[in-house]
Structure formats: C-alpha cells, structure tokens
Design a protein around this ligand. Structure first.
Ligand code: SF4
Length: 298
C-alpha cells in the first residue's frame, strides 16, 4: 500500500533534547504538543497533500521532500518522564496534543515502538488530558495501554478520515482505507474509550448523510474542518499555494475531482449542517473550537 513512500524513505535515529513543546495558535486549548518523530512517512499518500506540517520551517530545512524523511526520537520516553516532572514541579496543567506535525503510528512505529514507550510512561506519570491524533488504524496496537491510561487521565483518541471515498481521482492513494479507519474507531469506542472521527481537511464526499451515520456509529463524536479556516494560515493561503501533485494545488485537485464548490465555505457549512442533522449539535465540533473542546474534555 505504501510501497512507493517506503522505497524513498530516509530514516534516521536521533536523541532529542525535549519532547513536550509549549503550544499556541490553532491548538490553544492544549498546553503542549508531543511529536515522537520528526517528519512523517505517510506524507506521500493522500493525507500528505494537504498536510500543513509539510509547510513548517523544520520541513523546508530537510533535504528530502515531505514524506521521504523520518527522524526517530529514540529517547522520547525518558524525555517525557523528565519533562513531565518539570511541568509538575511548576504546578502547571498538562494537556497534550499528540501529534501535531507527525503521526504517532507511522509504519516505523512497528519497529521502534516510540509511541508505545511514551504511553507506557504516561500510565505511570499521566498528563491531565491527552488527545492522541492519528491517521492510521495502528493505534489498535496499543489498545490495552490506552485502556489503562484512560483510567489515569482524560483521554481522547482521534482518527482522521477526510472523505468517505476510498479513492479520489487525481489524488494519491490513502495510506489506510476509509473502512479500516472506521473499524479502528469502532473498536476503540467499544472498549470504552472516547473517540473522535476527524474529517479534516474536508475533501469531496460521495454520500454526506451516510458518512455522518457511519462515523456516528463508530466514534463518540466528529470534528469537521476545512483548509480555508483550518490550515493555520489566513484564508487557507498555505494550502492554496503549495504544489501537491504534478504541479497542482489541493484546491485544483479538489475542483478537478468533484467541482469547485468543495473549495467554498458555503459547501463546508452545508456539510456541517448535514452532520448536525444526523448526529445532533453536541456530537459535531467545527475547526479550532472543536479541537479546543477536546482539550477541555471531561
Ligand atoms: S499522517 Fe498526518 S502528519 Fe503524516 S502526512 Fe498525513 S496528515 Fe501529515
């Protein structure tokens, strides 16, 4: 599935200096972000096309294009223990978004188990709140640890699913199928974890009502976002200027795949309305407010 991305991958092992990064901007409800890796080996797949992390300064400093370089923070678990102690000594709240500029379950996690090491530390030294955000069903590797952590802190597991279509014309393939991600959400929900299906950034949907129903059956709640309001730049300029595939931008790919109305906030509002009609207002969050509500989750 990821063979093309894997062939081109440059993986390096590093010792990081710290692991908890004070946050701000889009993730204002959280005190810190936590990224077990630098870069993301899923960047060559569909989700990587509109990934704002690709436009971050650390990415442009890399020699390899986004999706072809991954640095593994070998000492992440011990750093977490140290940074956790520092935050606690100051008497500060620890509300973590993991992860903001990588995926905690890149395929290399199977070998390195960096995320697993951090979660295991968290069971002993829990944050107040943890939102674990991934694009992959591999979060199921750690379902037992997550159940233990659920007893120790406010935990939410988010899986992003930007569209209900298994393929979108003109876009690269999904790293993981829509159905596999929905099934993972369902499994996590069924063991009692709080889960969120994150439709971000919204891409053209085949059947919005049916997708809302499927997400509602699989997850505790849903967050919807659009690149025009959610890519961290004014009016989505970051997404609108980046050449994603064959010199085309994501808005151009969207327009070619299913019409330019998916590039408008009018269409986004219509989809939000549809989801709220199907699932009710309380189960549907929108953009930054939706993510902030996760940080405050109880
Ligand atoms: S998995 Fe997340 S961080 Fe990685 S490329 Fe996709 S959107 Fe970006």
């Amino acid at each position: 599935m990821l063979s093309e991305a894997k062939r081109a991958m440059n993986v390096a092992e590093i010792e990081a200096k710290s692991i908890l990064t004070p946050t701000g901007g889009f993730l204002t409800g959280f005190s810190h972000t936590l990224n077990p890796y630098v870069g993301c080996s899923l960047g060559g797949s569909l989700c990587g096309m509109a990934c704002y992390a690709a436009e971050m300064p650390f990415s442009s400093r890399e020699a390899a294009p986004w999706g072809q370089s991954l640095k593994v923070k070998l000492n992440a678990a011990s750093l977490y223990r140290r940074d956790h102690a520092r935050v606690r000594r100051k008497g500060e709240r620890l509300s973590i978004f993991m992860s903001s500029v990588t995926d905690p379950y890149v395929p290399q996690e199977r070998r390195y188990r960096i995320t697993r090491g951090i979660l295991t530390e968290m069971v002993e030294f829990p944050p107040d709140t943890l939102v674990l955000q991934t694009h992959t069903p591999h979060v199921l590797w750690d379902i037992e640890t997550l159940c233990r952590l659920h007893e120790r802190c406010r935990l939410t597991v988010q899986i992003s699913i930007e569209t209900d279509r298994e393929t979108l014309p003109g876009f690269p393939r999904h790293a993981y199928s829509v159905s596999a991600r929905l099934a993972a959400l369902r499994e996590l929900t069924e063991v009692g974890l709080k889960t969120v299906g994150v439709v971000s950034p919204l891409l053209p949907l085949a059947e919005p009502e049916s997708f809302a129903t499927r997400l509602g059956e699989a997850a505790s709640s849903v967050i919807l976002d659009h690149y025009l309001i959610g890519d961290g730049s004014p009016d989505g300029v970051r997404t609108r200027r980046r050449k994603a595939v064959r010199d085309l931008t994501v808005p151009e790919l969207i327009a070619a795949a299913d019409g330019n109305d998916w590039n408008t906030l009018e269409k986004f509002d219509q989809i939000v309305k549809t989801f709220r009609t199907v699932l009710g207002n309380k189960r549907v969050g929108v953009s930054a407010d939706g993510f902030r509500a996760m940080a405050d989750c109880t």
